[in-house]
Ligand binder design. Structure first.
Ligand SMILES: O=C(O)c1cc(C(=O)O)c2c(n1)C(=O)C(=O)c1cc(C(=O)O)[nH]c1-2
Length: 250
């Protein structure tokens, strides 16, 4: 008996594929997460904001690590130069510059000292797993999938603007200088996502590759969502974390 295989589905057009990528980046993005909604409504207490800043720092400090893994997969000087700039955005060209430094200053403006942030001691287990998941994904997957995963940045700049507005209105106990990280990310995110979208549209030629790119972007949305789930659980229920030690002696 012979079985006839269905012919592979034809690739989507460039426009249709771009529309599908943008739809995932919008509909699954963490701007809809309950923790972000509470943040935007001004409902977070100081400890909740601090918990988010400390845990998000764990994500921030791993972004240049995953970008270095991506650079190692790129095979032309032009592509590596383009992607290296992202590492520079986060690490700076010299001590005291760059996104990681700006995030440490955000922490200080919110009353968190940098030694605590750098020690990582307040990072929640779920956040550690989510970030590890993203770095490992970029380590193991194809350049197409690793670059497609960064396309959450298609939506990130709008979220930055919303966050700046919310902080200026509701969290005035944080000095305005502390918001420099978010301000810088608006333009950086727009530029990064335009470049990355262009690469993904160029590289994904078959329907299978297009579907891999969509799955990578979906995975990345889940990373960001899982990170906030962990923070939300901790702040809403005041459940102890491992770093708190036992609450009662037994
Ligand atoms: O605060 C946020 O909500 C947010 C989200 C994202 C994102 O969508 O991945 C990034 C950032 N911030 C960010 O600051 C950042 O540098 C960044 C790099 C990347 C990436 O995947 O390469 N995403 C993000």
């Amino acid at each position: 008996m012979t079985t006839t295989l269905a012919p592979p589905a034809p690739p989507w057009t460039r426009t249709e594929f771009a529309t599908r990528l943008r739809a995932v980046a919008q509909e699954r993005y963490h701007d809809r997460h309950p923790f972000n909604l509470r943040m935007h409504r001004g409902e977070l207490g100081r400890e909740e904001v601090r918990c988010w800043i400390a845990n998000r720092f764990h994500y921030q400090r791993h972004i240049p690590v995953k970008d270095a893994l991506i650079v190692a997969k790129l095979d032309t000087p032009q592509l590596r130069r383009m992607w290296l700039r992202r590492i520079e955005d986060h690490d700076g060209r010299r001590e005291g510059e760059g996104g990681i430094e700006r995030w440490l200053r955000l922490g200080e403006a919110a009353g968190l000292d940098r030694a605590t942030l750098l020690s990582g001691e307040t990072v929640l287990p779920g956040v550690r797993m989510a970030v590890e998941g993203y770095v490992t994904f970029c380590r193991l997957r194809s350049p197409l999938e690793a670059v497609a995963a960064s396309l959450t940045e298609l939506t990130a700049p709008d979220l930055m603007l919303r966050r700046i507005e919310a902080f200026e209105r509701h969290y005035t106990w944080i000095a305005p200088d502390g918001l420099a990280y978010f301000r810088a990310r608006v333009d950086q995110g727009r530029r990064d996502s335009t470049e990355a979208l262009d690469l993904v549209l160029q590289w994904a030629r078959t329907r299978e590759q297009q579907e891999q790119a969509l799955a990578a972007l979906t995975f990345k949305c889940d990373v960001l969502w899982a990170l906030l789930d962990a923070v939300e659980h901790r702040t809403r229920q005041d459940t102890p974390g491992p770093q708190d030690g036992p609450r009662e002696r037994v």
